[in-house]
Write a protein that binds this ligand. Structure first.
Ligand code: C5P
Length: 237
């Protein structure tokens, strides 16, 4: 079971996958108190969205910067130092040892937590083979999760299907953050391996990342509240 001290509401991370600051601000206003945690990824970050990190943090929201960094150690370190000053809570990096080590060392002294992406969920064994990897997906995910833990990474991004097995590998120390979450009855979009919020929490996820089921809902606030309402009993039971 995930640590009880995180309130159900604070476990929902809404992905602000929107084309600019204006629609993003409008969505944040519509969601109001129903959402406390937002994710900013490529689309919004590269459309002028990074200053929104500080703005949201100043309003008491938490922000997850999902830019999946990977470069030589020095470049990652300098980038992470700049990101730590934006006031974000989570930042993703690819789970390569040099990258993870640089990120963990350079966020020291800030509140920024580093999440590692083990293997992108769009990759299967054939994709890894084509990219020159020796291991298949499940072995590589597990090997990288162990390396991440040794290097002091705070959490892992994983599919809900990987959550239960990764929880056994890394124990309670690391946060597991899962996208690919779909409330019962909502469209799966391009997500292939999906779980409901309740099942993802029961499988061991600490935080759920949800984009389209909230952003595209007729009533985004009600959609977010419905997800939180599904999280609470799953934590209890
Ligand atoms: O709209 P949807 O709920 O599918 O959005 C999920 C979010 O999580 C997107 O921002 C997507 O980039 C991100 N994500 C994902 N699968 C991963 C890693 C991140 O869907 N493996």
């Amino acid at each position: 079971m995930p640590p009880p001290e995180i309130a159900p509401r604070d476990r929902l991370i809404v992905a602000l996958d929107l084309p600019g600051v204006e629609p993003a601000e409008a969505m944040v206003a519509r969601l109001g108190d129903s959402v406390t945690f937002y994710k900013i990824g490529y689309q919004l970050a590269f459309a002028g969205g990074l200053p929104l990190v500080r703005k949201l943090a100043d309003r008491g929201k938490k922000v997850f910067i999902d830019l999946k960094l990977h470069d030589i150690g020095n470049t990652v370190a300098r980038g992470v130092e700049s990101i730590a000053r934006l006031g974000a809570t989570f930042l993703t990096v690819h789970a390569y040892p040099q990258t993870m080590k640089a990120a963990v060392e350079s966020r020291a002294g800030s509140d920024l937590k580093i999440l590692a992406v083990t293997v992108l969920t769009s990759y299967d064994d054939g994709d890894l083979d084509a990219a020159g990897y020796r291991l298949g997906v499940s072995d590589l995910v597990e090997a990288r999760a162990r390396q991440a833990q040794v290097l002091g990474i705070d959490g892992l991004v994983c599919s809900p299907e990987e959550a239960a097995s990764l929880r056994k590998v890394v124990g309670r120390q690391m946060s597991l953050v899962t996208p690919g979450v779909r409330p019962a009855g909502s469209a799966s979009g391009d997500q292939k391996r999906i779980m409901t919020p309740a099942r993802a929490i029961t499988a061991g996820a600490d935080y759920l990342v949800v984009g389209r089921p909230v952003l595209e809902a007729l009533d985004p606030k009600a959609a977010a509240e419905a997800i939180v309402a599904e999280i609470a009993p799953a934590l209890a039971g």
